[in-house]
Design a protein around this ligand. Structure first.
Ligand code: PGA
Length: 268
């Protein structure tokens, strides 16, 4: 089984509808060229955009143009409906023709106090809802400096998957390793650091869920730029990227898509 390479743009709290439309249009215009690869054996690459909720509708027409571009939300509630002020759940996302959601981003963990139990509930709800789920994990600088980066990420994984059975582990599940110290700092993990952690995540997923777990695409996120994308993928374990700051500029984002497309693992 070959793993899909993903390049996902997380726009965070940027791009109100008018700006989102301009950004999505520029990405849609350039994506076919960026994905074109003269090597017919090159692996599949999928591109995604995660705008703020209120800009989903503005972006939707541009993601519908081509099956290779998917529309994602940046979060998703653990329930479909009810008395939960401010929440948007899987059924609402499906109605809005959103294909997936990012869950457990470190900014949600840090600023909105999302804990393992909440992330576990959201992960299960998104997968049960039939959406693509991009589960984010990653250690803070203190954990890295203390040599506790692997145990931190494993603990995040076991928390997130505490309530997920093997029947929900399929191609709709994508994992993103995003070391907190690399997000928005301009300091990316080295290809070796990323490859090592991705191998650890893959081993854990394999032990927990067998080959369905081990075969999941694992993305890297944290200061990904056109200049470091190829080296990160070339290290071997990185199946694409979750891109924050650089995804706000369509030229940079498309350059990262191009780098991923030219280094995507050949189809098995
Ligand atoms: P960054 O953000 O690319 O701006 O570091 C990545 C992310 O938070 O997903």
């Amino acid at each position: 089984m070959h793993r899909v390479t993903w390049v996902l743009g997380n726009w965070k709290q940027n791009h109100r509808p008018a700006a989102a439309k301009v950004g999505a249009e520029a990405i849609a215009d350039g994506v076919a060229e960026a994905l074109s690869n003269p090597d017919p054996t090159a692996g599949e690459v999928r591109v995604g955009i995660a705008p703020p909720y209120l800009s989903l509708e503005a972006v939707r027409p541009y993601t519908r143009l081509d099956d290779t571009v998917v529309l994602l939300a940046q979060d998703c509630a653990a329930q479909d409906e009810g008395a939960f002020t401010g929440e948007v759940g899987p059924a609402m996302l499906r109605d809005a023709e959103v294909e997936g959601a990012i869950i457990g981003h470190s900014e949600r963990r840090a600023y909105f106090h999302e804990d393992d139990a909440l992330i576990a509930a959201k992960l299960r709800a998104v997968l049960e809802g039939g959406l693509v789920c991009v589960l984010c994990v990653g250690e803070a600088l203190e954990a890295r400096d203390a040599g506790e980066h692997e145990s931190t990420v494993i603990s995040q994984l076991s928390g997130a998957f505490s309530n997920v059975g093997p029947e929900l582990v399929n191609e709709r599940l994508v994992i993103a390793y995003e070391p907190v110290w690399a997000i928005g700092t301009g300091r990316n993990a080295t290809p070796e650091q990323a490859a090592q952690m991705h191998a650890t995540i893959r081993r854990w997923m394999g032990e927990r869920f067998g080959s369905a777990g081990a075969d999941r695409s694992i993305l890297y996120g944290g200061s990904v730029k056109p200049g470091n994308a190829s080296a990160l993928i070339a290290a071997g374990e990185v199946d694409g990227f979750l891109v924050g700051g650089a995804s706000l500029d369509p030229t940079s984002f498309l350059a990262i898509v191009r780098a991923a497309a030219t280094t995507a693992r050949p189809t098995a």
